[in-house]
Design a protein around this ligand. Structure first.
Ligand SMILES: Cc1cc2nc3c(=O)[nH]c(=O)nc-3n(C[C@H](O)[C@H](O)[C@H](O)COP(=O)(O)OP(=O)(O)OC[C@H]3O[C@@H](n4cnc5c(N)ncnc54)[C@H](O)[C@@H]3O)c2cc1C
Length: 579
């Protein structure tokens, strides 16, 4: 039985407003994604996974999208007690959320993809790029549930990496299961009232009683609140203040005896977005927990999870921007004003480009970062992750608002997906570190202390050198911009210019994405329009502009026509737009 009225596409006539993306196949429609997968994945893996991508692409534009709309309208409800009056603090979810969970954890097994074979018929774990491409497609339909999915995946990673053999034996079979009725999902509780950014201010304490670690305190932001295992930081009694005294613990919701563990979900947050998923506050009342890894390495270990989450957040932002672009194109092409299609007005086309360019930059950076993870290129990964989290999540907010405006007044109405996209986009600025915190981390630590940007610079220079088919002047301009962005990051880091870290990180993001776009677009078989996107980044994000003397260069209108059209370009055709 359908949970909601099926979506019927309106026919032209009096009830015609403008179409949306209902029923669209987000995989087949996404030439950029398909090209990047062909670049990054071995052909047999891509051949094997393509039917699954196609299936998820159709789900994301169809059933998943319908379910997401319902789950957003029927958020979870916390019940303090069960019907017998026991303090069960259980959360009631709408059936639409449960159906989405089944798609994620049973059908596609996102949480297990990186960790074991047997997912989607693969005999080994999926490459990182393949996994994040699945996340990218899923999030175009539903955003909120990606938090529980991703944090289960990253919790498994942490336990596999740092947990004792006994802890792994206890938790991993349950967490890697694909049977929702018995599986254990994971989450991560770090933030407290006293500190989100300032992790060293954490007040939760850990004490050994009768040989068991017990936790006391409160966690203030707990997404996926009722997860079966939460990874969290606490300070063992007697440990030093600040971050060095924090230890990492795994907190099961139920004890080995099957009883409720000694912590309570006190309240659910009434959130602006991600309304399908429960975020709450918990009070730890002597809950039993397992120490994970070395006691004095808690934060260092937890940062592994934080960084993987940041990568996933970048992927999610890229996905939501893609959805925004698809919606804006559908609306603008279908809407008539002043006797012509709105999508034909030059001013509207410029606005569409302002959405398309950051969306494609984010896709390139997201899969480029996933590729660095897959190659084990730790230094590249260190810088790329922070840049992606910072910039893609920020751009998502602007793009979501622009997509609303492209739909006109209807974009403000909850019948359409735009309000949800706007609400959901905001949280990307907050969780796993605000924009300031990510920029400080990238420029201050990754560039300033670890000099990790040198590996990134070398990799990007190598990619540029492999773009010999592109016009030399364009390649040189890209190379100059990259070198200048690197020099800016180094100067800001070495001089401790805290106020400029966001500017420096943004420049590095733009330069990196411009190089990646050019490289991707010049690969054999790829749509060379990606090289033209690179030129837009170069011209509008990396070149000086006088706001009082704006100019539209001659190449921009034909380049816009090419990028907003359906037809791919050959390298020769693209070259004409690069000089
Ligand atoms: C919906 C939602 C779900 C969440 N889920 C979780 C979860 O599951 N687990 C979890 O652990 N956390 C979660 N969080 C918490 C989130 O990670 C924090 O809110 C975030 O890290 C910011 O911390 P804070 O709220 O304490 O803000 P603060 O740290 O108080 O920051 C306030 C402002 O100060 C700025 N600031 C702080 N320090 C500096 C500095 N040194 N320089 C410049 N500016 C600075 C920040 O950028 C920010 O603008 C969630 C948050 C939300 C909104």
């Amino acid at each position: 039985m359908a949970l909601d009225q099926p979506i019927e596409r309106p026919r032209a006539g009096s009830d015609w407003i403008a179409p949306d993306c209902a029923g669209m196949d987000f995989y087949t429609a996404d030439r950029g994604l398909r090209d990047l997968l062909a670049i990054y994945l071995p052909p047999p893996v891509l051949d094997h996974l393509t039917p699954h991508y196609r299936h998820l692409g159709r789900l994301a534009g169809g059933r998943l999208d319908e379910l997401a709309r319902l789950a957003d309208r029927h958020p979870p409800v916390l019940h303090a007690r069960d019907r017998f009056g026991r303090d069960a603090d259980w959360i009631e979810y709408h059936p639409s959320y449960r159906e989405m969970e089944a798609i994620a954890f049973e059908q596609f097994q996102f949480h297990a993809m990186s960790h074991r074979g047997g997912v989607l018929g693969m005999d080994r774990p999926l490459p990182a790029v393949a996994k994040y491409a699945f996340q990218y497609l899923f999030v175009q339909g539903e955003f909120g549930l990606m938090c529980p999915i991703s944090v289960t995946d990253t919790s498994i990673h942490l336990i596999r990496t740092f947990g004792s053999n006994a802890l792994q034996d206890y938790l991993l079979p349950k967490m890697l299961s694909s049977d929702l009725s018995t599986m254990w999902k994971g989450t991560q509780f770090m933030t407290e009232k006293a500190g989100g950014s300032d992790v060293g201010a954490i007040e939760t304490t850990a004490r050994v009683l009768d040989g068991v670690w017990r936790l006391f305190g409160e966690k203030w932001f707990c997404s996926h609140t009722d997860a079966d295992v939460a990874l969290l930081l606490a300070r063992p009694e007697g440990a030093s203040p600040g971050t060095s005294g924090l230890a990492l613990f795994a907190l099961p919701r139920r004890t080995r005896e099957g009883c409720r563990n000694a912590y309570r979900i006190v309240r659910l947050k009434d959130k602006l977005g991600t309304r399908s998923m429960a975020s709450g506050e918990i009070r730890l009342e002597g809950a039993e927990a397992y120490l994970v890894g070395q006691q004095n390495q808690g934060l260092k270990q937890m940062i592994e999870q934080v960084n993987l989450s940041r990568l996933s957040h970048g992927v999610r932002a890229a996905a939501m921007m893609r959805r925004c672009v698809n919606e804006a194109l559908a609306a603008a092409r279908g809407r008539t004003a002043f006797g012509q299609s709105v999508a034909d007005f030059p001013l509207m086309r410029r606005q569409l480009m302002k959405m398309l360019v950051p969306a494609e930059q984010a896709l390139s950076m997201a899969l480029g970062t996933a590729d660095a993870l897959g190659r084990g290129a730790r230094e590249e990964l260190r810088v790329l992750t922070g840049l992606l989290k910072l910039r893609a999540c920020r751009d998502n907010v602007t793009v979501a608002t622009a997509a609303m405006e492209a739909r006109g007044g209807n974009g403000y109405i909850e019948d359409w997906v735009n309000p949800r996209l706007i609400r959901d986009a905001q949280v990307g600025l907050l969780w796993e570190g605000t924009s300031n915190i990510n920029a400080l981390d990238v420029i201050g630590r990754a560039v300033g202390k670890a000099a990790a940007h040198r590996a990134l610079h070398a990799m990007l220079r190598g990619r540029l050198a492999a773009c010999g088919v592109l016009p030399a002047a364009f390649r040189n301009a890209l190379g100059d911009a990259l070198d200048r962005a690197v020099a800016l990051a180094e100067r800001v880091a070495s001089q401790g210019q805290e106020t400029l870290v966001r500017q420096a990180a943004t420049a590095l993001y733009d330069a990196s994405s411009a190089v990646l776009l050019a490289w991707e677009g010049s690969r054999p078989g790829a749509d060379a329009r990606r090289t033209v996107l690179s030129r837009f980044v170069l011209a509008h994000r990396l070149s000086p502009a006088d706001p009082l003397a704006p100019e539209e260069a001659a190449w921009e209108r034909p380049a816009t026509d090419a990028l907003l059209g359906e037809k791919s370009l050959t390298l020769n055709e693209a070259a004409a737009l690069l000089t």
